[in-house]
Design a protein around this ligand. Structure first.
Ligand code: SF4
Length: 414
């Protein structure tokens, strides 16, 4: 069925079509994959990383499109062309942030790419909270949203603790085995209410990571911030976390929940600053309270366990940039990105890599634009911006990071 000149994802398609999800965060998205299956969808997470993804992206989107969109569109078109899927029984999914940034409009680029490749029958589902596009076969239910919050919180916890173990493990692969064990276990729990037994799960997760034999060696800690896809996606940032670990550093990444909470906070700001959408403001406030409350429970469990460093909660992060940037700056990662850099420095992580995608003006402003002021106020900080685009050489990126690491090591020795 056509709706607004697009192919709608209908209720019948829910039974017949496989939804392809572009990957961004391995552990989180494997849990989300099972969440969707538990809600009756057929889904497959795209884990491809080969170079043809970039080629398809370059061929199919405009050359000033930002790099994350180029990769996501490229990954989907590459999958559809692989011959693995029946083009009449497959659907795609993409987020629309609803903000002023271009991320709200990439869905149209994807549809254009489908048309250019003779695949216009493939429906594209929009994930958004602004009612931008709806599909009768894909709906957010209350149960779905609760599961999504926990999928994100569990993913955040696994990523946070795993990064504190991997660089120090004595037997290579031990941490990854625990990552896999708990990702699968939590993903399976999405099919029953077991995922709500958070206290029991958190305790068991922490004990398993604690049991991994580790060295006491002191390593340089390096925070990763940036545009959301570049920050997390190994495809986008050329496996930055793995690279840092290979180079003898400990990567520090804040969770996905902070970004979701930031989007809710912006809905509140839309009303406070511009009088836009009171209903959304009220819903966002309720969501924010629930998100921070749930995040706090996880943080409390880590604190109580006492063996791992604890992350800051969203309310602590969001006030960090108040003397640096207005909350009205909310294109892209907006004020959150500046806040995250400052939060890292305040928590003792002076070394920060800011991942910058090609074509992303908003994040250049809130990241590169803030670096001078941060450096002036925190001379001990060691912040470097790394650019990512289809033509950027990995060697150049790695060399810049190595330079930053050698400064970091020198500072640590001092
Ligand atoms: S924040 Fe940057 S990368 Fe994301 S949509 Fe906007 S311009 Fe593109």
């Amino acid at each position: 069925m056509q709706q607004d000149n697009r192919v709608e994802f209908t209720q019948e398609m829910k039974k017949t079509h496989t939804i392809l999800i572009p990957n961004m965060l391995n552990m989180h998205f494997e849990i989300i994959e099972q969440l969707l299956i538990s809600e009756g969808y057929k889904v497959e997470l795209l884990k491809t990383t080969h170079h043809n993804i970039v080629n398809e992206g370059v061929k199919n989107v405009h050359n000033d499109t930002c790099y994350p969109a180029l990769l996501v569109v490229g990954q989907m078109i590459d999958a559809l062309k692989s011959g693995k899927y029946d083009l009449n029984k497959v659907a795609l999914i993409m987020t629309q942030t609803g903000g002023g940034c271009r991320a709200s409009n990439y869905i149209h680029l994807l549809r254009k790419a489908l048309k250019n490749n003779g695949m216009e029958q493939v429906p594209v589902i929009s994930v958004n909270f602004y009612g931008l596009e709806t599909n009768s076969g894909f709906k957010f239910t209350y149960r779905f949203l609760i599961k999504a919050v926990y999928a994100i919180i569990y993913g955040d916890m696994l990523m946070w603790i795993s990064n504190q173990c991997k660089p120090y493990e004595l037997n290579a692969g031990d941490t990854e085995a625990v990552d896999k064990k708990w990702t699968k276990r939590i993903a399976d729990q999405m099919h029953s209410p077991s995922f709500l037994r958070v206290k029991r799960n958190y305790k068991a997760i922490l004990e398993d990571y604690e049991a991994i034999p580790k060295s006491n060696e002191e390593k340089v800690r390096v925070g990763i911030v940036g545009e959301i896809y570049m920050k997390y996606s190994p495809l986008g940032n050329n496996e930055l976390e793995k690279f840092l670990i290979r180079e003898g550093a400990e990567p520090v990444l804040s969770g996905l929940l902070d970004f979701i909470a930031y989007c809710c906070e912006n809905m509140v700001l839309d009303y406070d600053l511009y009088n836009i959408n009171k209903v959304n403001r009220n819903l966002a406030r309720i969501a924010l309270r629930y998100l921070v409350h749930s995040q706090n429970k996880m943080i409390k469990a880590i604190k109580k366990h006492g063996k791992f460093k604890v992350m800051s909660n969203f309310n602590e992060v969001k006030v960090m940039a108040k003397d640096y940037i207005s909350k009205g700056v909310k294109m892209g990662e907006g004020w959150l990105l500046t806040s995250e850099m400052l939060e890292l420095i305040h928590s003792g992580v002076n070394n920060v890599i800011c991942t910058q995608p090609f074509g992303c003006l908003p994040n250049h402003i809130v990241a590169k634009g803030m670096m001078r002021k941060i450096k002036d106020n925190y001379p001990e900080s060691n912040v470097v911006a790394i650019d990512y685009d289809p033509g950027a050489s990995t060697i150049n990126q790695e060399n810049r990071i190595k330079l930053m690491l050698s400064n970091a090591k020198m500072n640590m020795e001092k």
